[in-house]
Every structure is written in structure tokens, then in C-alpha cells.
Design a protein around this ligand. Structure first.
Ligand code: GLA
Length: 543
């Protein structure tokens, strides 16, 4: 009996443990935060400099608010010896790279390193760094991975694609797969891996990297910041679950105006980009430092849901982006009113566009000030190049009505511009949000997917798909078929409008949604589909 009791107690304790783990939830990796050497120093780095920046991360209080990584970018390479062993730069890093990783770790921080998928580094091509020749991972995947992670002890790696793309013409997916498999074989540690291909590389990337660059290199000017935001506006569905679109290292503290710095940081935060400071931390201006340490902005970047905000309104010059905070389908949401233009922009955002209703409390997260309470609509004038980043906490959450094509996960999407006809975002003035998705279909994997179609109670809905007939002259195939799948149940429409001049057209039908999340896909398995604008859902009340 006693024995039984003992076992029972153990089982109960084990059960409680499982329950606790479950209740606490699985903790997802949030975007990494830290500092990287590239923006300010390019290849001109050395041991003393990295140590100084590490110290400054701590004494300036960055570590306290969550900045954790000290990342050494290009410039540390020395040469590869006859055994294939990689060496650090003899003058810049005479004591090797392990001492630096140890130093960074001794401060309670994490250490990042850099390499190249091909043989020759970007620095060897763009910065005349002769030491960058033959030091990339090509042919040395296992050997270098073991050196970086087992011997030197680094926790992060950024893997570039200069030599690989320009000199070897390798296939991105195959090449990164090879490298990542080698890393996984030599180290069981949770290495944070960043793929740097200067464009969204394709949906395969989530299996191999924690983050991936979506644009060319950032520079410390407004045009560059604006361009990168524009590249990321419609990529929210490709991020998530601990994997992020990387908008590149921050240019804060390097000459942007105060407003532009706020927009830069605010948008990187709400779009859930990694936050890697790129300025000299020993001379950073006070204002820039305060901004980078704004805990309320950092909190929306490090929110446990790990979501990237998506565009829900685009009127005139202004974009409105939104994402859930803390709880999915809750009443608390982060909102950005983003004005990329050179003129003031007036925003008027109905609460229902944010899927919210009732009375809403508004807080300005850049100013860290409550803005009072609104009903029905949020209104602000936003200055040129400016943004309002708000936390909106409302009484009620509404079900979403409009699902834009440009918010969808496009299964066959990449931004590499290598194929003659690939699925892409296509502006169309009369489309909702001014944007459509073109070139869906052609084969069964080329679909748009919304995996977060939420219905509280489930039931019957009218679904209306809005599309723009394809340009007839452009292709020999006439693109007028749409296939919709709702949780796997298929609906086909083949007699759609063929005249593009008619503008946005629609087709409506009834579907059943289950309570909770549903998956809706649009594509066409054998022919191309017309350009898709959006779909709407309206519950059909059956009394
Ligand atoms: C590329 C990357 C940059 C930087 C340099 C290093 O250009 O995009 O971020 O790492 O290489 O040479």
C-alpha cells in the first residue's frame, strides 16, 4: 500500500510538472537583440574594439533591457592553412577568436560570428579584403562549423552569399541546406542562424534559419530605411513561430533625424525584426540611446507571440499595421500609423478595421504616454517620415472580415527574381489596400494560404473572393480559374470574368467554418488564376 502511495505521489508530481510546462507554454525564440560590427566599422575591426563595444553594451544599460548578442561581422578572417584550418586575422585578432567569445560570455552576453556560403567573402569582393579569399564555408562546412561552435564557442552565425552567388552560382536552397545540416551534425547547441541573401529567399528558409535578410544592405539615410520597410510590408505570413524577417542592422545613432530614428526603431519593433544596433556604443547620442532602450517598444518586438504586424489599411500615403499582443484574438493590439511620405498624413482608422470594438484605451509607445480613450475611430496627423506606434486595448475583439491576398502565406514565393513567371505582389489601384497577388496557380503547390481564419463559434459563412481578371495579351494561357479550399474541402470556379478592364470582380459562395482556426487556400492546380485582391467572410445567421 505504501509502495503504491509512493508511486502515486511520484506520478502526481510528474503530472504536475507536465501540467506546469504545458501551462507555462513552450517558449519560442524571440528576435535576437544585440550589437553588430558591420555598419560602423565594415572590415576594419579588431579585438580591442570588440571588447570595448561589449563593455559599452553593459555599462550603457543595453544588456539590462534585453540586448544580448555581440556579433562580429566580416573582417576577422586571416587565412586557411594546408589542413584546411581557418585562422583569424594576424594583426586584427592576434589572439584568435576564442578569447573574444570567452570575453563576451564572461559579461553574460552571447557571441556571434560571420561566414560565407561560397569560398570568397563579401569583404573580398566589395572591401578589397584579400584575407577574405578562400575562407568561406565552401568545402569546409563541417570543419568550420566545429571550429566556430565547438572550439571557439560562438552562439550565432550570419551566413552571407557573395562568393556563392557571384562566383559559384550555387542554388540557395541546396547550399544552405548543406551548411545547416553540417552545423547540426557537429553541434547540438541551439545556434541562432541568419541567412543573408538580400531578398526573401523562399519558403524553405524557415526550416534552416532563425532569421533571414529580406533586402539589400541598409545605409544611414531615410531612403534606405523606407525601402526596407516597403520590402517587408507584405511578408508577415512568412515569419512567426520563432523565425523572423531580418530588416538588417539598425542605423540609429548614425545621423538620421530624430523622427526618422523613431520610425526606424518603431517599425523594426512592430515588424518583429532582429534588433542589432550598428553604431559605436561608446559615443552614441543620448536620444538614440533612450530610443533603443525604450522598454515598451522592445516589448512589442519581444512579445511572446512572435508575430509580425500586417497592413490593414493603405490610404493615400499612410499605412496602418497591426498585430496581436500577448494573446491571439485578444483585445490588446499593437498598431503602427506609418507615413513614409515627405508630407503630413492624416490617419482615420475605424476600430473595426483593427478588429476591435467598444471603448479603447490608447497608449503612445514611442512617447510612453497614455492618449486617453476613443470610441469608433482613431485619428492622428503624422509628420513626414513619421510613425505613431500605439498599444490599443479595447473592450471587444471582432472577427476579421477582410483577408487580403497580400497578407497570405504564398507557398511558392521567393523574391530572388530568377524565374520568368513567379507568384508576386502586384499593385492595382482599385484593389483593397491597393495591392493584389498575381501568378498564383499553374501547379498545385502555388497557392495562397491563410491559416488563421478565425471563427469563434464556427458555422456557415458567405465567402466572397475578389479578383482582377488577368491581362489576356500577356500570356497564352487564359487565366480565369480559381480553386478555393476550406479546411481541405474544394470549391472551383472556372467561368470567371476575362476582361481586365472590368477591374475588381467577385465570386460568392457559402462555406462552413469550424470553431477556432481554419485554413483557407486559393490557387489553381492546372491553370493560372487571375490576380487575387482579397476575400471577405460574413456569417450567415440561421435562425
Ligand atoms: C554583405 C552583407 C552585410 C555585411 C557584408 C560583409 O554585404 O549584406 O550585412 O555582412 O556583406 O562584407
Amino acid at each position: 500500500m505504501r509502495k503504491f502511495n509512493g508511486r502515486f505521489v511520484i506520478l502526481v508530481l510528474m503530472g504536475m510538472n507536465i501540467y506546469n510546462n504545458y501551462a507555462q507554454g513552450y517558449k519560442m525564440d524571440t528576435p535576437i537583440m544585440g550589437w553588430s560590427s558591420w555598419n560602423t566599422y565594415r572590415v576594419d575591426i579588431n579585438e580591442a574594439l570588440i571588447k570595448k563595444q561589449t563593455d559599452a553594451m553593459v555599462y550603457n544599460g543595453f544588456k539590462k533591457v534585453g540586448y544580448q548578442f555581440v556579433n562580429i561581422d566580416d573582417g576577422f578572417f586571416g587565412w586557411r592553412d594546408e589542413k584546411g584550418q581557418l585562422h583569424s586575422h594576424p594583426e586584427r585578432f592576434p589572439n584568435g577568436m576564442k578569447v573574444l567569445a570567452d570575453y563576451i560570455h564572461s559579461k553574460g552576453l552571447k557571441a556571434g560570428i560571420y561566414s560565407e556560403a561560397g569560398a570568397n567573402t563579401c569583404g573580398s569582393i566589395w572591401d578589397s579584403d584579400k584575407n577574405g579569399i578562400g575562407v568561406g564555408l565552401y568545402g569546409f562546412e563541417h570543419q568550420d562549423a566545429s571550429l566556430f561552435f565547438n572550439e571557439w564557442g560562438y552562439d550565432f552565425i550570419k551566413i552571407d552569399y557573395c562568393g556563392a552567388g557571384q562566383q559559384l552560382e550555387l542554388d540557395e536552397k541546396e547550399r544552405y541546406k548543406e551548411i545547416v545540416n553540417a552545423i547540426r551534425e557537429v553541434s547540438s547547441r541551439n545556434i541562432s542562424l541568419n541567412i543573408c541573401r538580400w531578398a526573401y529567399p523562399g519558403t524553405w528558409v524557415k526550416n534552416y534559419a532563425r532569421s533571414w535578410r529580406i533586402s539589400e544592405d541598409i545605409s544611414p539615410n531615410w531612403e534606405s530605411v523606407k525601402h526596407i520597410i516597403s520590402k517587408n510590408l507584405y511578408l508577415s505570413a512568412f515569419a512567426g513561430e520563432g523565425h523572423y524577417n531580418d530588416m538588417d542592422m539598425l542605423e540609429i545613432g548614425r545621423g538620421l533625424s530624430e523622427v526618422e530614428e523613431e520610425t526606424h526603431f518603431g517599425m523594426w519593433c512592430i515588424m518583429c525584426s532582429p534588433l542589432l544596433i550598428g553604431c559605436d556604443l561608446t559615443t552614441i547620442p543620448e536620444k538614440s540611446m533612450d530610443l533603443l532602450k525604450n522598454k515598451e517598444l522592445i516589448a512589442i518586438n519581444q512579445d511572446p507571440l512572435g508575430l509580425q504586424a500586417y497592413v490593414v489599411q493603405h490610404k493615400g500615403d499612410g499605412y496602418v499595421l497591426v498585430k496581436d499582443l500577448e494573446t491571439r484574438q485578444g483585445t490588446k493590439r499593437a498598431v503602427a500609423l506609418y507615413n513614409p511620405s515627405g508630407k503630413w498624413c492624416s490617419f482615420s482608422v475605424p476600430l473595426e478595421t483593427l478588429e476591435l470594438a467598444g471603448v479603447a484605451e490608447i497608449r503612445d509607445l514611442v512617447r510612453r504616454k497614455n492618449q486617453g480613450i476613443v470610441k469608433d475611430v482613431i485619428e492622428y496627423d503624422v509628420e513626414p517620415h513619421g510613425v505613431k506606434i500605439l498599444c490599443v486595448n479595447a473592450e471587444k475583439r471582432l472577427e476579421r472580415v477582410v483577408y487580403e491576398a497580400e497578407q497570405a502565406y504564398l507557398n511558392d514565393f521567393d523574391d530572388l527574381a530568377k524565374r520568368s513567371r513567379s507568384v508576386a505582389f502586384m499593385p492595382f489601384e482599385d484593389a483593397s489596400g491597393g495591392m493584389t497577388v498575381c501568378n498564383l496557380g499553374g501547379h498545385k503547390k502555388n497557392y495562397a494560404e491563410w491559416n488563421d481564419v478565425y471563427s469563434k463559434k464556427g458555422g456557415r459563412y458567405e465567402m466572397k473572393v475578389f479578383y482582377v481578371p488577368a491581362e489576356k495579351k500577356q500570356y497564352s494561357v487564359i487565366d480565369h480559374k480559381i480553386e478555393v479550399s476550406v479546411n481541405g474541402e474544394r470549391f472551383s470556379f472556372s467561368n470567371l470574368e476575362k476582361e481586365r478592364s472590368k477591374g475588381v470582380m467577385s465570386v460568392a459562395f457559402e462555406i462552413d467554418l469550424k470553431p477556432g482556426y481554419n485554413v483557407i487556400r486559393i490557387g489553381s492546380r492546372y491553370t493560372w488564376s487571375p490576380d487575387i485582391d482579397c476575400f471577405t467572410l460574413k456569417p450567415i445567421h440561421q435562425d
